[in-house]
Design a protein around this ligand. Structure first.
Ligand code: NI
Length: 139
């Protein structure tokens, strides 16, 4: 089994909050990311897919195809956007990196499978020091 990882970068605004809480309660739970006037992050997204290279090709997925899928399905929709208000697949969700990783997984999985590969991991860095990983496991 071979694992292939594509890195993409995007910038997006967000606010982590619950509508049914006061600004004070949101600040207490979500910290600075609950700022009512939004703020942004420079995110780094790593998409890892796996498969067995075909003997006649020496690879299992064309990396330029993988790059195109990620650009079309994710980057075009989130780069320089507001995750809370402008991104269809984040509607109704708290705009955490955790929820973003799950949403990106769900967007990409069927597209990757159409190419005969398997989605293995979504990793997102929100800052240099914090990153989130999702392997498609519910629990
Ligand atoms: Ni934030």
């Amino acid at each position: 089994m071979i694992y292939v990882t594509r890195r993409e970068r995007f910038s997006a605004a967000h606010r982590m909050y619950r509508e049914d809480w006061t600004d004070e309660k949101n600040l207490e739970v979500f910290g600075k990311c609950s700022n009512p006037n939004w703020h942004g992050h420079n995110y780094v997204l790593f998409v890892t897919v796996k498969g067995n290279p075909a003997k006649e090709l020496g690879f299992f997925i064309n990396i330029s195809k993988l790059k195109q899928i990620i650009k079309d399905r994710i980057i075009e929709k989130i780069d320089h956007k507001n995750l809370n208000t402008e991104v269809s697949f984040m509607q109704g969700k708290i705009a955490t990196t955790e929820n973003l990783a799950i949403a990106i997984w769900n967007e990409l999985k069927p597209e990757i499978e159409k190419e005969g590969a398997t989605l293995h991991r979504i990793r997102i860095s929100e800052t240099e020091n914090n990153s989130i990983e999702y392997y498609g496991e519910e629990y």
